[in-house]
Design a protein around this ligand. Sequence first.
Ligand code: GMT
Length: 368
Amino acid sequence: MRIGIVCYPTVGGSGVIATEMALALAARGHELHLLSYDRPSRLRGGIAGLQFHEVAVTAYPLFRYPPYDLALSTRMLEVHEEAKIDLFHVHYAIPHAVSAFLARSMCSNGDLKFVTTLHGTDITVVGSDRAYLRPTRFALEQSDAVTAVSRFLADETHLMFGVKKPVDVVHNFVDTERFQPADHKPWYERENEERIIMHASNFRPVKRVADIVRAFAAIQKQIPSRLILVGDGPDREHALAVATDLGCQHRVEHLGMHDNLEKVLPTADLFLSASQTESFGLSILEAMSCGVPTVSTDVGGVSEVMGDTGILVPLAEPEMMATAAIKLLSNPKQYAEQAVATRKRAIECFSTDRVVSQYESIYERVVG
Ligand code: GMT
């Protein structure tokens, strides 16, 4: 098939999944066209059958907000005409689904098909904003198929948007060959006993990174450990200030943005996630694939991802997160079992092949 993929290029789960899908579909022999305002961070160069199309937005003094959605719909239409696209797959509904609908409306024969994948805040936070709700709901109804990355998100979509359309649940995936367990010894066999605790995110308020630091401050009082923070975003300074406030700043290391998470994650002994909501939690899955157990807040679709291979704690209870982490990092037997189980679950339930095949079936259904 000739497939157009639309996504955000920034570091974030939806852009990562869209890019990895484009790579996987190209490897399966499809012709791929990836559209975004910048080259996605995970897009490796020189892939046969994969072409990147930049969406340029011109700024005029009159425009306080340059209309990206219009520029995108024009680019989609152009690529559709030039490359004879069979279908577009837009990742993140706002504004991508609306741009797809506009592109279809401008298309001479109206024959432009699109699948919309919902990722998270396009529904749970931004979607409930009055300014976006109606056009997004309309564009979902107009999509040839709608998918959500978890059952939780599919249910939220029906609840909050009242869409009548069926929403297929297609979980996210991970390249389990690239995200591999480390070949170093686990903490309970190491001479240097320091445990590495890790968190990776875009440091937006929804991630509650300060709670990670609060939990760590309690952990390091009982277990020799270090907190590695990967990624960057608006809450970075606040999180580091909390570390200073709690007197554990010398044990907290901020790595910043990292393009090769598969090199960093395996060095962790434990992954922490304190999100307020998380429709899926891609970084948790990537940690699982590396055999790194997770303690996470019990929110959104996280339980669908972890099953019983990690530990869930209530939201905004960093003390409970610390207690769970200390227990796990003091019990070699339980830790070893969870490390094996978590990797096994990633391979069995969330492999690239399994999930990309599900999307291919949806494409076939749409294209007929
Ligand atoms: O919705 C967002 O917060 C942005 C989005 C992204 O682009 O990173 O994250 C969402 O999509 C990811 C990929 O499907 C999921 O792993 C994240 O859980 C989800 N974020 C939230 O639900 C907060």
